[in-house]
Design a protein around this ligand. Structure first.
Ligand code: FAD
Length: 330
């Protein structure tokens, strides 16, 4: 049977879909049109009718749902087994997953079970001249971008980080087909059992969904000085981000890190304070709409991607900006 159609795996948790699945319907739509095939969203979960409707509003032609208590929370074995069964039944040409913790778990497991390839952590997706998925990702520590294809086995699979693509604008008038599937999960294949669910108590940071991010780097010199970044973020109604140097120094938790080994963000405004603009940092934020850089070195690479650059000492510039904003509010 010939492989066709492009699938996007929509991850859910207790019925709620993660944004990244919808984001992937954006390049998914473009690529499915290029191939002249259907864009199919696959939603496994419990109480997922809303997620299925949203997938259609985001551009899916078809949604395959498996709605069962077994899928209410993520389970490596159950989700892998279900995806393998569905893929064997429908034979999609391409499957895309969000590079979340669970997406990074299920994608490679499915690839391994089906003896096909998977390109992890892609930052770009396209269809090449041979009709193959061309997945682009940073390689060699981010020093070059590699475009990888999987010509000999199907499906071709990739994981993509949250925030790399923008969620499509919802078109509530769109219609599509919803297929309700049942899967049979043999008990012997389920080696992982959820004993207890512990909610993360760490500070929740929604960098991917933020419209304004103010990030600080090594230029801030200490954990105490990082307060300056928090104050500016507060004044701008934004969220605090950081370079890896600031995270490695222990000034701020890793959940705030932006870049290749942190989060990929695309806010309306990204302010980089005391960040040099290493390629690994740029990999995570260059998709921002407007980038403002504050750095005392006029040759800092961050200025090459900045829309507005302030060459100056952050310890003078940031308090002045906050004071100006406070004055404006009055
Ligand atoms: C495999 C790999 C993955 C990586 N992943 C990431 C990642 O996800 N995210 C990430 O950020 N990095 C990542 N890095 C690290 C990256 O290469 C850089 O080392 C890091 O981004 C540097 O952080 P920084 O810009 O804060 O520090 P620096 O490069 O030291 O820059 C500090 C900047 O502050 C400026 N400055 C100093 N004092 C002031 C002042 N008073 N006022 C204003 N400006 C001042 C300086 O001019 C300088 O430009 C990765 C590296 C590797 C090898």
């Amino acid at each position: 049977m010939e492989s066709k159609n492009l699938w996007v795996y929509i991850e859910t948790d207790e019925g709620r879909a993660k944004n990244v699945g919808f984001e992937l319907l954006n390049p998914g739509r473009r690529m499915a049109d290029k191939l002249g095939e259907k864009l199919v969203a696959v939603v496994l979960g419990k109480g997922i009718a809303e997620a299925a409707k949203t997938a259609i509003a985001c551009g899916a032609d078809q949604v395959i749902t498996v709605d069962s208590e077994d899928f209410a929370t993520y389970n490596s074995d159950i989700h892998t087994c279900a995806m393998v069964q569905l893929i064997e039944k429908y034979r999609p040409a391409i499957v895309l997953y969000g590079a979340t913790n669970n997406g990074r778990d299920v994608g490679p497991r499915v690839a391994c079970a089906l003896k096909t390839g998977l390109t992890a952590d892609c930052t770009g997706l396209d269809i090449d001249e041979n009709g193959l998925l061309a997945s682009t990702r940073p390689a060699f520590g981010g020093n070059l971008m590699a475009t990888i294809s999987c010509p000999n086995t199907k499906p071709q699979m990739s994981t993509v980080r949250p925030g790399v693509f923008k969620k499509p604008v919802l078109d509530e008038g769109r219609t599509g087909e919803i297929i309700t599937e049942m899967v049979n999960i043999p008990a012997a294949q389920v080696r992982v059992h959820l004993l207890e669910r512990v909610r993360e108590v760490a500070e929740a940071v929604d960098l991917e969904g933020a419209e304004v991010i103010v990030s600080g780097g090594r230029g801030l010199k200490s954990a105490e000085n990082f307060a300056l970044v928090r104050d500016l973020a507060k004044a701008m109604g934004g969220v605090v981000g950081a370079s890896r140097a600031a995270v490695d120094a222990g000034w701020i938790p890793h959940a705030h890190q932006v870049g290749q080994t942190g989060k990929t963000v695309a806010p309306k405004i990204y302010v980089a304070v005391g960040i040099s603009g290493a390629i690994q940092h740029l990999a995570g934020m260059s998709g921002s709409d407007t980038i403002i850089a504050i750095n005392k070195d006029p040759d800092a690479p961050i200025f090459s991607v900045a829309d507005y650059g302030i060459v100056g000492d952050a310890f003078e510039v940031v308090p002045a900006l906050i004071a100006a904003m406070e004055a404006h509010k009055k």
